[in-house]
Every structure is written in C-alpha cells, then in structure tokens.
Ligand binder design. Structure first.
Ligand code: PBG
Length: 330
C-alpha cells in the first residue's frame, strides 16, 4: 500500500467523476456467469404455486419447468440448483425415497438435461426433502443425527443423482467425512467428472426460514434445530477447518452459506485456499431485501449491491433467488 499519496496531488474523486471512468476502475464486475438460479419443483404439481415468504419465487410443476428454464437460458444463465418438494406419503424416517432411482428429482434431472444438455444442473445431497423429521440425515436412539449411518445413505443418494445426469452434486448435510466417501464412490462407479460442490461452511442459521416454507418442510421440522451438525454462527476458524478437510477429501468447489452475514468467512476461505469458492445468498437474505423493497423502504438496487459485495469478498459464483431478475438487468 502506498500511504504517501496526498491531497491535492491525489484526488480520489477524479476517477469517480464520470460513468466511464467509474466502470474502468471497477475492481469487480457482476456478470450473468456469476449467477446460479435455485429452482423449487414440486411433485404432482401442475403449473406453479407462489411462496408466501419469498416474493416472486415459485414452485414449479414438471409441466411448466422447461418453459421457466428456457427463459433462464435465454437470459444467459448457465446453471440451476434444483430443490424438490416430495410428496408427503413418500417420506419416512430413513429418507429412503432419496435412493429411488425413479424418484421425482431424478425424473426432473432427466427432463432438464434432455431439453438443455448444456445447462449445469446442481442438486443437493441431503435427506431433508425425504425424511418425516426434516433432518438432513438419519437419527440415532437419542434423536440426534447419526453421522456414520447417514453417510451410507448420502453416498447412495449421490450415486443416484449422478446416474440421473446431475452435473454437480452439492452435499449440504454437514456430516463429517461425507466428501471423501462420495468422491470415492463416484470414482469407483466411473463418474469421474461429476463435480462436488461442497456446502463446506454451512451455518446453523435462521436465515433459512423462508426456504422451509418454500420446500414445505416447516411442518415436519417444527422448532427443532440443526445445531449438532451445522456450524455455530460464532465460528470462523472452524469454517477454515471444514473447508480444508473438504478440499482434502476431494471437493472441487467449496461454498459458504449464508452469504451477507458471513462475508468475513467468504473472504477468509478465498484468501486461504484460492479454490473455486461459491456463496449462497439464502432465502432469508433474499426475502428481507425483497420485503423492504416492496414497502418502498429500500430501492431495488440493494439486491445487486449485495451480489457485488460477494464478488468483492472473493466469490466466484453466487446462488441467488434473484439470478433471473438480475440477469435481465445485466
Ligand atoms: C437443505 C438445505 C437448506 C438450504 C439449502 N439446502 C436448508 C437447511 O439446511 O436447513 C437453505 C437454502 C436457503 O435458505 O435459501 N439441506
């Protein structure tokens, strides 16, 4: 750093004085390549449904899914993360429907990849859409999530998703050791180019609230927490350990989640590991901005501002519910 620059030889306002200059000195730029659109799909739904706590976001039936994706692709979006809402009758304590090769999500993946072979399809590895208790794994006799027992199901789930044609599988369950097990299983089964996007530093955050509404899991999950497997919001050194282990275990991309409240973690992860690093602007972040925009308390530019902040902090790509809307502006 040069600390010797002095006024008026230096006027930092010079390069701010014209729009052209401002864009020429921009340190980061947001482009459509930075945006991943999460999409909610619902089994046995025809058409779409609104989500009360997520303005402008919908659940899609498979009958209208391709039309939506077609719009995203024509806006230049290159990737979607698909989250399924599974029929209640198919849920059980073990989340076994996750291992059904003809389940709703595998059907959706096949449908999407057939129509849009170039689109990068990301899917979560976690059992919460499939369990009656709403946890990401299976439970032990104390109703805590059993790490090693959960791993066995998660590994099989990853293979089912790879077989269905997912490009990127994203373990979001926060079990210890899952990346290694999944990576070895993928190698052993000749899925050598399936990318693992690890939700490496995933916090036990209340900012996921609207997501539970979106995937209709609130009534299954009740007022429990995921505190025994997702990270405590107080910790950043532990996040670096999580990321280090996931990289050693074979993750290709690491992710920090939520985004804005954990910008320090995002920056630390990028600076420390120089890995492809994604961030998830989660449902609560999206909805609080949208709610304030709807009331006229904030102008709509705040959404883009928070996405640019992710870029500045080191994110290579952003999962955001605003991807479609921002892609339209860009
Ligand atoms: C499921 C999962 C969650 C989110 C993504 N995958 C919820 C959770 O872990 O409780 C949250 C996404 C969001 O809030 O936008 N494992």
């Amino acid at each position: 750093m040069n600390f010797n620059r002095k006024f008026p030889l230096t006027r930092l306002r010079r390069t701010r004085s014209k729009p052209g200059l401002r864009s020429m000195v921009a340190e980061v730029n947001l482009s459509v390549d930075d945006l991943i659109q999460p999409i909610f799909i619902k089994e046995n739904l025809t058409g779409t449904e609104n989500i009360d706590s997520m303005p402008e976001i919908k659940r899609f039936g498979l009958d209208v899914l391709n039309k939506e994706i077609d719009e995203l692709v024509s806006l230049g979006i290159k990737s979607v993360a698909v989250f399924p809402v599974i029929e209640e009758s198919k849920k059980d304590a073990a989340g076994l429907e996750a291992l059904n090769e003809n389940n709703f999500l595998t059907k959706a993946i096949k449908q999407i990849k057939e129509a849009f072979p170039e689109l990068i399809v990301i899917v979560d590895v976690a059992l919460d859409p499939y369990t009656t208790h709403g946890h990401d794994g299976v439970l032990d006799s104390n109703d805590d999530v059993d790490n090693d027992a959960s791993l066995l199901t998660l590994k099989e789930q990853a293979l089912v998703l790879a077989k269905a044609g997912a490009d990127v599988i994203a373990p979001s369950d926060m079990m210890d050791g899952r990346i290694k097990l999944i990576r070895e299983a993928l190698e052993d089964n000749n899925y050598k180019n399936i990318v693992i996007l690890s939700y490496a530093a995933k916090y036990s955050s209340k900012f996921y609230g609207p997501f539970k509404d979106a995937v209709e899991s609130a009534k299954f999950f009740g007022n429990k927490t995921k505190d025994t497997y997702q990270m405590a919001v107080s910790n950043i050194n532990e996040a670096l350990q999580e990321v280090a282990m996931d990289i050693e275990e074979g993750a290709d991309i690491v992710m920090v989640k939520p985004g804005l409240p954990f910008l320090d973690v995002l920056k630390a992860v990028k600076d420390e590991f120089k890995m492809p690093t994604f961030v998830y602007q989660v449902s609560g972040e999206y909805s609080m901005l949208k709610a304030a925009i709807e009331r006229g308390w904030l102008s709509k530019e705040v959404m883009k501002e928070s996405l640019i902040s992710f870029k500045r902090a080191g994110a290579d790509c952003i999962l955001t519910y605003s991807a479609k809307e921002i892609a339209r502006e860009l």
